[in-house]
Design a protein around this ligand. Structure first.
Ligand code: ARG
Ligand code: GLU
Length: 713
């Protein structure tokens, strides 16, 4: 097969490019397809991406605080990631008088960098395939026995490995458990905030532009890793010194061209590229639409008040953004799966597999049966989960329900209690009980009308009417501790949450008599009895068959080069700088510019306002060396890299391993790439390194940071 693609590449280059990109790819860095990467434009040996003997690019790529990706861009441990990845840390240093989110922050020297207790970065020191150790003695075992044996093997494997005191081992399944890989991880714990542009640059366009191209967001922030005097991980100490990396990424100033080779290195979270057609069809026609429909209602209800009331707008901005983020992604997913006929293509693919290997039919028949059996339960789970997540009154009640359970099980220690109080305070912090009563009333009605009838808890027929629900919720909330309106021990959750929780047993009694809690308990217990166990036990059977199906795909489709679905482990994906044609007669270029930032400017708007300084730089055309040959500063660009959530903050590199961009989003017309990557629609969106340097130098006057870097002209 390698031969065939090689041959093709010599003759018809565009066809091979399409072929190479047909299924996308998030490759384990020790197993990249070097031939294909070279054919597409990589100019360095693949070994330079990942080498345990010598410094290599992987030494500059870290997982940032367990979620995003970040990369080292100076010999002094300077770290680049997204603004939305550093957001919580930037926020935690903010006060009303000194709001770093609004104003931005730039340390003038290392002494001014701000510590962030709890924030970690993980390096991957080594990757090993350990399938035979982990699956040893598992032949013939099933379900719980199999899981138990595998966990034992994992523990034994970890114990058998000699590692340094600052290292840990993580063993991860790949290909649905057909293979296992071990990761040696080094975690650094002293990570300081160095710089962040104001949100009007770092989050420019906010929700309106989220998942959208053409895009104009300077979504970056900077941190620095500190180490002990031996350059090893250490808890925060003022005596720590800037980390000296084995490798750091040179920052490229070269102008991008359509078709340029690029690769993205990072920690993608979750994809499902190998599902059977039926699963894709259930997501497209049932699960996604159900989840979208719940969030449609929540977003619309919040938006009405946010538009008319400035205080609400501020209060709910972050919650709204979080509800809208997945909502918009799912909408793109449904549209993309439909337009690309993902399920139809999968069906054909399944027929092809069956024609070569009749055993595949047995597995698929079983998967079809299981997915059909699970469908109503899965649908109820989707409605229930989204209802409780988005109706905050129910979210609160759910937390108090868990609190009661923990107290009654005798599991309430000081740490657990702190956890409850923190989680609840987090909701109360920006909670508008009156506004949420409306959301809850509508979502409850939606649930009563839309969730599969057979699962509706007894008596829930009466919640089909929104207006009536609103009255009910209002009545039940009036004196309830849950909504913060009722008091306990002379305090409300707003005035003094500690006092409310001071006498746990009394609080439990109070909650048990709370009519709002009664309503929620009926809902939750109904769901648990009818759905929860069933959906999980069917899922276990699906997983076992999916493992079989995965193995069969790999042994039957010998011509295809498989990569494991994303699972938050280190991966490499590659592609070309490219615009797109997402709809008939609609073409997106691959690059946006500062002039486009200015075109979107709406003074005073919470999404499209701009800092005066940026407008001045634009008016004076004070672009320094950061402009392209067209005289404009490049801002964002797109490419065909196969990325997903978790790739935020990932470095986009050129053929030589220089940093050319900072990944932060995808365009929504292609977000189905989590299930069905399609080179026609799927594009990742990056901040151009020139814009990052322009903001650091011209906007923030922080040349000292650029002086640390190795800038490639
Ligand atoms: N859509 C991007 C990512 O997943 C960015 C999210 C943050 N930005 C925002 N406007 N909410 O998940
Ligand atoms: N914004 C996403 C993240 O936070 C990356 C976008 C995507 O899902 O591709 O990881």
């Amino acid at each position: 097969m390698i031969k065939r693609s090689f041959l093709l590449s010599a003759i018809i280059v565009p066809a091979v490019m399409a072929f190479a990109q047909q299924y996308g790819g998030m490759w384990i860095p020790t197993e990249v397809n070097e031939k294909e990467m070279k054919a597409m434009g990589l100019k360095i040996p693949a070994k330079q991406l990942f080498d345990t003997q010598k410094a290599s690019i992987k030494d500059a790529v870290v997982q940032f605080d367990g979620g995003c990706t970040a990369e080292i861009i100076s010999p002094k441990g300077l770290l680049l990631t997204n603004h939305h990845c550093g957001y919580d840390n930037i926020q935690s240093h903010s006060t009303v008088e000194n709001d770093l989110l609004t104003n931005g922050f730039w340390a003038k020297n290392m002494g001014e960098e701000l510590p962030n207790p709890g924030v970690t970065v993980d390096f991957i020191a080594d990757i090993k395939e350990v399938t035979s150790s982990i699956l040893a003695g598992t032949q013939g075992l099933e379900s719980a026995d199999l899981t138990k044996k595998i966990n034992e093997n994992i523990e034994n494997y970890k114990k058998s490995q000699k590692i340094e005191s600052y290292q840990t081992i993580s063993v991860k399944p790949m290909y649905y458990g057909n293979k296992y890989y071990a990761y040696i991880i080094e975690t650094y714990k002293d990570v300081r905030l160095v710089g962040a542009p104001p949100s009007s640059i770092g989050k420019y366009g906010s929700d309106t532009d989220n998942w959208v191209f053409p895009r104009h967001t300077g979504d970056f922030s900077m941190f620095r890793i500190y180490a002990d005097k031996n350059n090893k991980p250490a808890e925060y100490s003022k005596d720590n010194i800037p980390y000296k990396p084995k490798h750091f990424l040179p920052v490229s100033m070269k102008e991008k061209k359509e078709g340029d080779f690029t690769f993205v290195y990072g920690f993608p979270g979750r994809t499902q590229e190998y599902l059977p057609a039926i699963a894709v069809e259930k997501i497209r026609t049932e699960i996604d639409p159900a989840m979208i429909s719940v969030r449609d209602i929540a977003l619309k209800t919040l938006d009405e008040k946010m538009r008319s009331d400035a205080a609400t707008k501020i209060k709910y901005a972050s919650k709204y953004a979080s509800i809208a983020n997945s909502w918009k992604k799912w909408k793109g997913e449904v549209e993309g799966l439909t337009k690309s006929d993902a399920a139809g293509k999968k069906q054909k693919y399944e027929q092809m597999l069956i024609s070569k290997n009749p055993a595949v039919k047995t597995t698929l028949d079983e998967l079809n049966r299981l997915y059909n059996e699970q469908a109503p339960y899965a649908l109820n789970r989707a409605y229930y989960g989204e209802t409780v997540r988005n109706a905050e009154t129910l979210t609160l009640a759910n937390n108090y329900y868990n609190f009661i359970a923990a107290v009654e099980a005798g599991k309430m220690d000081a740490k657990t209690l702190e956890g409850f109080k923190n989680r609840l305070s987090g909701v109360y912090k920006d909670f508008d009980a009156e506004l949420d009563a409306k959301v809850t009333a509508k979502l409850l009605a939606h649930y009563a009308n839309k969730a599969p009838k057979q699962f509706l808890p007894a008596g829930f027929e009466q919640y089909k009417n929104e207006a009536q629900n609103l009255q009910t919720i209002e009545n039940l909330s009036k004196n309830s501790v849950i909504t913060g309106r009722g008091s306990m021990n002379g305090a409300t959750t707003y005035s003094d949450i500690n006092k409310v929780f001071a006498d746990q047993n009394a609080l439990v009694q109070n909650l048990k008599n709370d009519p709002l809690m009664k309503l929620f308990s009926a809902l939750r217990e109904g769901y648990m009895t009818s759905t929860d166990g069933k959906v999980s036990s069917l899922q276990q059977q699906i997983d076992a068959n999916q493992k079989k199906f995965m193995a069969q795909q790999m042994e039957t489709d010998k011509d295809r080069k498989f990569f494991p679905d994303a699972n938050s482990t280190l991966r490499v994906t590659y592609g070309k700088v490219a615009g797109s044609n997402p709809r008939d007669a609609l073409y997106y270029g691959y690059q946006t510019h500062l002039s486009g930032v200015i075109e979107k400017y709406i003074p005073g708007d919470y999404e499209f306002d701009l800092p005066k300084k940026l407008i001045e730089l634009y008016n004076k055309k004070d672009y320094g060396i950061y402009k392209n040959s067209n005289g404009d500063v490049p801002v964002n660009f797109t490419a065909t890299n196969h990325t997903t959530g978790g790739n935020s903050g990932s470095p986009a590199l050129d053929a030589y391993g220089n940093l050319i961009g900072l990944n932060f989003d995808r365009q929504w017309e292609g977000t189905m790439s989590d299930i069905n990557y399609d080179p026609k629609f799927s594009r990742n969106i990056m901040v151009d390194t020139k814009y990052i340097l322009f903001i650091i130098d011209k906007f923030a006057n922080s040349r000292w940071l650029i002086d640390e870097m190795k800038v490639v002209k």
